[in-house]
Ligand binder design. Sequence first.
Ligand code: AMP
Ligand code: ZN
Ligand code: FE
Ligand code: FE
Length: 283
Amino acid sequence: MGSRGDLHTHSTFSDGVLTPTELIELAYRRGVRVMALTDHDTTDGLPEAFEAAARHPDFTLIPGIEMSTDVPGSEVHVLGHFIDWQDREFQSRLVHLRESRLGRARRIVEKLGELGKPVPWERVASFAGEGAVGRPHIAQALVEAGHVATVNEAFDLYISRNGPAYVERERLTPIEVVDILTSVEGLPTLAHPRDLDDLEELLGRLKEAGLVGMEVYYQDYPPEEVERLRILAERFDLLPLGGSDYHGLGGPSQREPGDIPLPDGPLERLLSLARDRGSLERV
Ligand code: AMP
Ligand code: ZN
Ligand code: FE
Ligand code: FE
C-alpha cells in the first residue's frame, strides 16, 4: 500500500488522462484518503471531484491547483492547497491564463509545422478536451502523427524548454503566484524543486512571501534526494509535503496515486493549518 495522502494529481481538466471521478476512485482503491486535485491553471475539475469524493465518507478532497511561473531560464511550479476556488477575481485570472495557454499552444504547433513535423491543431484541441491546453497534449499529437514514439521523446526532441518548437507561456513570477494563492486563502507549496537553480535563494524569497510547504516526497525522487530536500524544508520552516503528480500518461518516472513515501506527520500538519485558518470548512 502507498501513502494515505497524495497532494499533487492531474485530471482531464488539464493534462491528465483520468476524469476527476476515475482519478478519485483509483486513488481510493489504492488506499489514498486525503487527495488534492491540482490541475494546471484551472479548478474546473473540482465540482465533479467533490461529487466523487462525497461517495466516500472517509475520503478528504483538498481543492487545489498547480500554477506555472517563470524565472529567468526556467520554470517554477507552485501548488495551492485549500484555495477558495470560487473567488471571482481568482477565476477571471485563471480564464486569462488559460486563454494565453491557447495562443501559446497554437504558436508551438506552427513551429512544429515549420520544422516539418506538422500536427493537426484539431488533434491537440481534442486531446486537451475541455481542459487547459498544455505541452503534453501537443506531445500526444506528435506521437499520434508518428513523428515520435513517446511523449517523452516529443519533449526531448521538440518541446522541452530548450527544444526547437518551445514557446514561453505568459510570465508570472513565483512571488506573484504565492501572493495570488494566499489572496484566496490557499496554502502555497513549491512543486518538484529538485532541479531548480538557486533553490535556497528562491526558498528564502518565497518563504517571506508566504510559502507554506515544499514538495519533498515527490514522484520518483530517490531517498537521498528526499533527505536533502527534507533538511532544506526544515531549515526554511516549510512543511515537507509531496505527491505523485499523477497524469496517467505512463513513462519511467510516473507514479500511481499514493505511490510516494509521504508520511502522515506533515500531512496532518497541513490539515491542521487548514483547520486553523477555517479552510477545512470549505471541504
Ligand atoms: P506546460 O504547462 O504546457 O508548459 O506543460 C508542462 C507539463 O508538461 C508538465 O507539468 C509535465 O506534465 C509535462 N512535462 C514537462 N517536461 C516534460 C518532459 N521532459 N517529459 C514529459 N513530460 C513533461
Ligand atoms: Zn501536467
Ligand atoms: Fe509541475
Ligand atoms: Fe503537476
